[in-house]
Design a protein around this ligand. Sequence first.
Ligand SMILES: Cc1cc2nc3c(=O)[nH]c(=O)nc-3n(C[C@H](O)[C@H](O)[C@H](O)COP(=O)(O)O)c2cc1C
Ligand code: SF4
Ligand code: SF4
Length: 253
Amino acid sequence: MKVYEICFSPTGGTKKAADMLANEIGKEVQTVDLTDSRTDFSEVSLEENDVAVIAVPSYGGRVPGTAAERLAAVRGNGAKAVLVCVYGNRAYEDTLVELQDTAKQAGFSVVSAVAAIAEHSIARQFAAGRPDAKDEAELHDFADKIRAKLEAEDFSEPEIPGNRPYKKGGGAGMVPKPTKECVKCGLCAEKCPVQAIDKDDPGKVDSKVCISCMRCISVCPHSARKVNSVMLAAVNTMLKKVCSERKECELYI
Ligand SMILES: Cc1cc2nc3c(=O)[nH]c(=O)nc-3n(C[C@H](O)[C@H](O)[C@H](O)COP(=O)(O)O)c2cc1C
Ligand code: SF4
Ligand code: SF4
């Protein structure tokens, strides 16, 4: 049995939570990075006795479209899937059921699902510092329960919350732009999961392609990429009401 971590994590929060689970389920974990636009995901092929922790962030209560497309290309071949949805303390709505459908379409057999919380990648003051020590203890406990289920060869599919048809998706519409501190090093263009930034002129961004994942902001070594401050202030106000009360990790098994 091999353990895989198949993860879409533009700013690292999803990967932190996925690592806490995957490293507790298996000793050696092979990672598949769904943000890498150069990978041919149809060449990623698993076997029936493998286990995959499949982790995505929630974007507007849905699976990010790019993550869904890339995961659908993977060949699950009956491998057991532990689904993970990571969200910024607002809500994850239909993310887990959409991830369930996509993983099954790719040939995985879903044995459990987890919702976890990480720092909100647009408005970073919400869920700041999460997943924290309490989350880590919970996720380790979840991993032990999942491992016990797998060892008992119980491959039943759990009830997972969410609606079908899924809620309407839609981009956040926030396209980060460089500030005058930009030295045109091109790192953001190289790391953009959808190649929306022009390599030769990082000031040029294709706003139709950008998925507002905020990776370009998080990777810039000069803190020279920002979203429009008026839009960000509006998002902060909107999220203040719905993000303030701490939500906890959940396990479906
Ligand atoms: C475009 C976009 C949409 C988001 N939508 C939601 C949401 O609907 N609910 C929520 O709680 N968090 C939302 N978030 C926050 C992310 O789910 C959360 O910060 C996640 O940890 C980001 O994952 P990453 O750090 O792996 O990139 C959104 C973030 C982005 C960039
Ligand atoms: S990573 Fe930062 S400094 Fe480099 S091109 Fe992008 S915005 Fe400019
Ligand atoms: S340009 Fe858009 S899609 Fe690319 S890294 Fe920045 S926010 Fe993400």
